[in-house]
Ligand binder design. Structure first.
Ligand code: SF4
Ligand code: SF4
Length: 512
């Protein structure tokens, strides 16, 4: 005051003021003040009065998110760590993994009283670190390679309806569903052709979601431009998408494309003749990609109730739904966390689950939760209980996609499919433990066949005293080792497999 300084500047937060700190007082019973006795509080009274105080903290988002709990902090702390990680020359392994482990589901932003978005923070950090070449590509490599395969001639397909030239509609099941439920994709396509006018084409392709989640803007833009070009070449038909992830990508990134959800289209028609009458309660899990689409969530429930399903709502449902663990490529970057996220979601109800996303089905079934995909109810496989079906392995998903292309080309368009490659003729015998090793280490049977073909043709293999061989192959940045035993009937029994990123001289070379 004597120096002429303001007595009020920068002192706004002294005394009472409105805080943005939210503290959930639900279930907290109010306690009356402890009356002050003459001479002040005794130690016990002081403790009782102090005990009325709440531990004021928010943590609302953390309560519901396995990822936020896993790293034992809260968003403010993570924001600081992410900022620090962006500032150093190379990101630390731990922080990189954390940045890549968010499911990008947006639930935290919807819950947060201040609208804080970990999704924006983590996705922004992924993009920035990739631009600055600070982020190792390994975290998302498997998913990105899978996307490339889905859009290769072996697994993609674009055709107008057999016998028709015009294409008013284009059925787009999505790469995941073609891998997990190829026969349902085939049957749904047949059903749509029965009642839609103007020609219903088929488009098997990946929408580019893995590149978008990985923060690979370059790859995603390339895929999106190609999608737009192909769509226009078909006369700009209405896309009927079975996957809400594809709907979300099209609506946000390619708004020119008119896309409707399969469930909205089916809802307007009579039920398929062979649909499975369920007559019971199932808990509905909404995929995190459906949070902005209430019309799709409603249509899925409407189809379920027409199949006799009594839909139970989970505590976190609709726009507040929790991710299954696959979103944002969480399961790819951090398999243990992906599996913990799926288990936590599966524990929210003792009922069996109904889903309408292929990856939610895969992740839940892997935990042992009885889960059915809505398409399996509408177009059931004869003689099978879809609730008891195990998750489809990564290798089988790939083979199913390629097999679906071959089957549809042959049966619907009477076309020869591309000649199989030499390694595809190799017969593998896969004991249960070897199958588990391949699945958890994400080594595809296709890679195993290529490695064995390479080892057998080139002679580059190590003989073991027990008659088995070890060979390796480095198709891109990863070297795969396969231990196998030739069998008398010409098949090869797989005994072990692993991979690493070291370079072994003599194993370089791309897959043919
Ligand atoms: S996983 Fe979902 S809820 Fe959790 S921090 Fe990421 S975006 Fe938020
Ligand atoms: S980010 Fe939002 S919901 Fe989460 S702890 Fe902070 S204020 Fe609460």
């Amino acid at each position: 005051f004597l120096q002429g300084a303001s007595l009020t500047t920068s002192r706004e937060k002294e005394g009472p003021f409105h805080t943005r700190l939210f503290t959930n007082v639900e279930g907290v019973a109010p306690k009356p003040p402890v009356p002050v006795s003459t001479g002040g509080y005794s130690p016990e009274e002081a403790a009782a009065e102090a005990g009325r105080c709440l531990l004021c903290e928010c943590m609302e988002c953390v309560k519901h998110c396995e990822f936020l709990q896993h790293y034992k902090g809260y968003p403010k702390k993570y924001a600081r760590e992410i900022y620090n990680n962006l500032s150093i020359v190379q990101g630390t392994r731990l922080a990189n993994r954390m940045i890549n482990s968010c499911a990008l589901c947006g639930q935290c932003e919807r819950i947060c009283p201040n609208g804080f978005s970990m999704r924006d923070l983590c996705l922004g950090a992924r993009k920035e670190m990739l631009l600055q070449q600070k982020m190792p590509p390994s975290a998302h490599e498997f998913a990105l390679e899978d996307m490339v395969f889905s859009n290769s001639p072996s697994a993609s397909l674009l055709r107008p309806e057999p016998g028709r030239r015009e294409t008013a509609w284009l059925f787009y099941p999505g790469c995941r569903l073609s891998g997990t439920s190829p026969s349902q994709v085939r049957d749904a396509y047949g059903f749509l052709r029965n009642f839609l006018e103007g020609g219903v084409g088929l488009w098997l392709r990946c929408c580019g979601a893995p590149a978008r989640w990985a923060g690979r803007e370059d790859l995603f833009r390339k895929e999106a431009e190609e999608t737009l070009r192909i769509w226009k070449s078909m006369g700009s038909p209405v896309i009927i998408a079975a996957c809400t992830g594809c709907v979300d990508v099209f609506r946000r990134e390619l708004p020119e494309i008119r896309v409707v959800s399969l469930w909205e289209v089916l809802e307007k028609e009579a039920m398929p003749e062979e649909f499975l009458k369920m007559n019971g309660t199932l808990a509905v899990h909404d995929p995190c990609t459906a949070v902005d689409y209430p019309e799709i969530r409603r249509a899925a429930r409407s189809m379920a109730s027409r199949a006799g399903i009594d839909c139970e709502e989970l505590p976190m449902t609709a726009e507040l739904t929790s991710c299954c663990g696959y979103g944002g490529l969480q399961e790819c970057a951090n398999p243990e966390l992906g599996s913990a996220t799926a288990s936590s979601r599966c524990g929210e109800s003792s009922s069996d689950y109904l889903v309408y996303c292929a990856m939610c089905r895969t992740l839940f079934a892997r935990t042992g939760k009885r889960t059915v995909h809505l398409l399996e109810v509408l177009f059931p496989a004869p003689g099978k209980d879809p609730l008891s079906m195990p998750a489809v392995s990564w290798s089988d998903q790939r083979e199913n996609r390629a097999g679906l292309v071959r089957e549809l080309l042959r049966t619907l368009w009477k076309e020869e499919s591309p000649m199989p490659e030499e390694h595809e003729a190799i017969k593998l015998v896969l004991p249960e433990d070897a199958g588990k090793i391949l699945e958890t280490r994400r080594i595809l049977t296709d890679t195993v066949k290529r490695a064995i073909r390479n080892g057998e043709n080139s002679g580059r293999k190590i003989a073991r005293p027990d008659g088995a061989f070890a060979t390796c192959l480095k198709p891109a940045s990863v070297t795969y080792w396969i231990v196998y035993r030739p069998l008398e009937d010409g098949a090869f029994e797989v005994l072990n497999a692993w991979s690493h990123r070291m370079t072994v001289p003599g194993t370089e070379g791309s897959l043919p």
